[in-house]
Design a binder for this molecule. Structure first.
Ligand code: GDP
Length: 197
């Protein structure tokens, strides 16, 4: 199968929510650079996610939608307009070519207005959207950390990109949202016990 024909899954979200860490975890490599500086945009990264039995897909890390110069606008009555411009400039192409969009949010920080604007924008694209609530490192507070993200009304899952929690489950959720290309592959699904990364 040609790599070009594989469906693309786009990681979107604010800087510093863990997109790059998640990207590395899903493609099982340390290739992408992670950083601690909020607001730093990276070049777009692409990698292939090969699964155990399921169809492969291309993962795209858009590098982060920044709020530079828009933070006050996003909070205000014209927030959506300012936000839309920013989004359109930075991520329009990536969204357009994505078969599935993963909105990555920070479970420790909680739901932010920016996440809500981004979710509203993604809803209007009509694409399948999956919310990845990252930085849920300990199981005990999972329900609590997830609770407020339900109001985005997208399917969601708590993960820890750093510790590898729920990464395999996330792969399966993403794969379920992918279009059936030529059929066939999905039937080969197997539940082997291979260790992750
Ligand atoms: P990006 O800007 O969205 O790509 O975010 P990065 O992947 O660069 O991560 C930003 C920061 O969050 C880094 O310091 C990561 O180590 C940290 N981080 C990423 N995933 C997790 C996680 O699952 N748990 C915790 N506690 N920190 C994480």
């Amino acid at each position: 199968m040609s790599v070009c024909s594989l469906p693309k899954v786009i990681l979107m979200g604010r800087p510093n929510v863990g997109k790059s860490t998640l990207f590395n975890r899903l493609i099982r490599s340390r290739r992408a650079i992670t950083h601690d500086r909020p607001g730093v945009t990276r070049d777009r990264m692409e990698g292939m996610v090969r699964s155990r039995g399921g169809a492969p897909f291309i993962l795209v890390d858009t590098g982060g939608v920044t709020m530079d110069g828009h933070e006050s606008v996003v909070e205000g009555p014209h927030g959506l307009r300012g936000f839309e411009e920013d989004i359109l400039r930075q991520a329009k192409e990536a969204i357009a070519e994505g078969a599935v969009i993963c909105l990555v949010v920070d479970g420790r920080e909680g739901l932010t207005p920016f996440d809500e604007h981004l979710a509203a924008h993604l809803r209007r694209t009509g694409k399948p959207v999956f919310v990845v609530v990252n930085k849920v490192d300990g199981l005990e507070r999972e329900d609590l950390m997830l609770a407020e993200f339900h109001e985005l009304e997208f399917p969601l899952l708590a993960v820890s990109a750093e510790h590898g929690h729920n990464i395999r489950a996330l792969e399966e959720e993403i794969r379920d949202l992918l279009p059936d290309e030529d059929g066939g592959d999905a039937a080969e699904f197997s539940e082997d016990g291979e260790a992750a990364g």
